[in-house]
Design a protein around this ligand. Structure first.
Ligand SMILES: [Zn+2]
Length: 449
């Protein structure tokens, strides 16, 4: 819910050399490399007008002005933001984060450098379970303060909406507290959060060796309480060898659907576990990671897309980088088979302490073979679909969310090119200027055009 300073606003953004509108909906196959780009010709410039928090019109400045006049508005009376010859894109959408947790796990770096694998660390009581112990012991205020810090970091790098998973509680009380942190943070803004219940992130110590009993706890206690409070939009499961197998994952996600929650999956991250096929079978919003997906899994996702029930392959290159994995998600094969691809940071304290989606976009070009345009599509319109906001977010089209970034480069191909550079000049959420140097000119103070 919008607090007074979160109210949607009117804003005219002018002076752009390029606008990647991402008009046209979810992309797959060859369409993944089309960002619906407008380029200013000659000395002309491009503009976006946002009215009451939603995109009203996009195009060459004279046309945008004429349309505003046609709506009975005087562009000179609108708050004005100068893009200064930069590029405008929709606000980035991080389709996979574990935003709220307690503690850090930097000591695991040494273990990995010595050759320990992710599942070795988990089996030794480290990994997720060490974060669970600290998260259960943390106050909600401390969890909120940390999550707020990292949400600001995401926003400063151009993210206006992020999916956020629970999953470091693994008991009803703490899972609910994590989801309440997201509810609070989303209400504060400006980063918009899409909360996901991930009680099936790992099997907690008190259920060691009793996986079925823990699945029962999720299905009979945790899910009904989460659904009743209405504080999660979807349910995720870590479907992986030694964690939750396909049958148990299916059981949890079917129960989630009965409670009105959409499904998503950590699928085929470390081993081919049948996760991609399960995601296609149950009509999940997204199948995430996929570094170890089989040809069969890719075919199942391709079939689902062909049949009009696309599951978005949400790839997380920062995680394979941080885990020093030899194998990366087969992004090119997914795109060539017509599977829509999105990107996320997988921000979490163990395997991706990286809140910057721009860097994930760059990694996607270097490690996964995406073009800069494919990476932008993956981090905007396709990510919107992956988090269930495809009808409202991720493109600069009339009526969609007035969320945008002004980048300090003249064309979008340079966004992942300048690896690690801070290229965000301004961030706008629902028509409000929420980050950036300089100020928005008040009505009558700007020379529009
Ligand atoms: Zn994850």
């Amino acid at each position: 819910m919008a607090t007074p300073d979160q109210r949607p606003a009117d804003l005219l953004v002018t002076g752009a050399a390029e606008i990647a509108t991402l008009a046209g909906g979810l992309r797959r196959g060859s369409a993944q490399s089309d960002a619906s780009v407008l380029r200013a010709g000659g000395a002309g410039r491009l503009a976006v007008a946002v009215l009451e928090g939603r995109v009203a019109t996009v195009g060459p400045e004279p046309e945008v002005h004429a349309r505003l006049v046609g709506l009975g508005l005087d562009p000179a009376d609108m708050a004005l933001l100068q893009a200064g010859g930069g590029t405008i894109t929709p606000g980035l959408i991080d389709a996979h984060t574990h935003l709220a947790f307690a503690g850090t796990r930097e000591t695991e770096l040494r273990l990995r450098q010595e050759g320990a694998g992710y599942l070795d660390i988990l089996a030794a009581g480290g990994g997720i379970l060490s974060t669970v112990e600290r998260t259960r012991a943390a106050s909600s205020e401390a969890l909120l303060a940390d999550a707020r810090r990292w949400s600001v970091e995401m926003l400063r790098h151009g993210v206006t909406t992020a999916e956020a998973k629970s999953g470091y509680g693994l008991d009803l009380e703490t899972e609910l507290r994590l989801l309440e942190v997201y509810q609070q943070l989303d209400a504060e803004g400006p980063l918009e959060l899409v909360p996901t219940f991930l009680g099936a992130h790992a099997v907690p110590l008190e259920f060691a060796g009793r996986v079925d009993a823990y699945v029962q706890d999720i299905v009979q206690r945790q899910l009904p309480a989460v659904a009743e409070q209405g504080i999660a939009r979807s349910c995720d499961v870590f479907c992986e060898r030694g964690v939750f197998d396909v049958d148990r994952s299916r059981r949890i996600l079917q129960a989630a659907r009965d409670h009105g929650l959409a499904a998503r999956l950590h699928a085929d991250e470390l081993h081919d576990s049948g996760g991609a096929s399960l995601a296609a079978e149950i009509g999940a919003l997204s199948a995430d990671h996929l570094a170890a997906v089989s040809g069969e899994g890719i075919a199942a996702l391709a079939r689902a897309a062909d049949e009009g029930h696309p599951v978005v392959a949400t790839l997380l290159p920062a995680t394979t980088f941080y885990l020093m994995a030899q194998r990366h998600a087969p992004a090119r094969a997914l795109i060539e088979h017509g599977v829509p691809v999105a990107l996320g940071t997988d921000f979490n304290p163990g395997t991706s302490p990286m809140p910057n989606l721009q860097v994930a976009m760059a990694m996607a070009t270097i490690q996964l073979g995406l073009s800069a345009t494919e990476a932008l599509v993956a981090a905007t319109v396709n990510a919107a679909h992956a988090v269930g906001l495809g009808a409202t977010h991720g493109s600069l089209v009339k009526g969609r969310a007035g969320d945008l970034v002004v980048w300090d480069v003249p064309r979008h191909e340079l966004i992942p090119y300048w690896l690690g550079a801070d290229l965000v000049r301004h961030v706008v959420k629902s028509g409000r200027h929420v980050h950036g140097a300089g100020r928005v000119l008040g009505p009558g103070m700007g020379q529009a055009g």
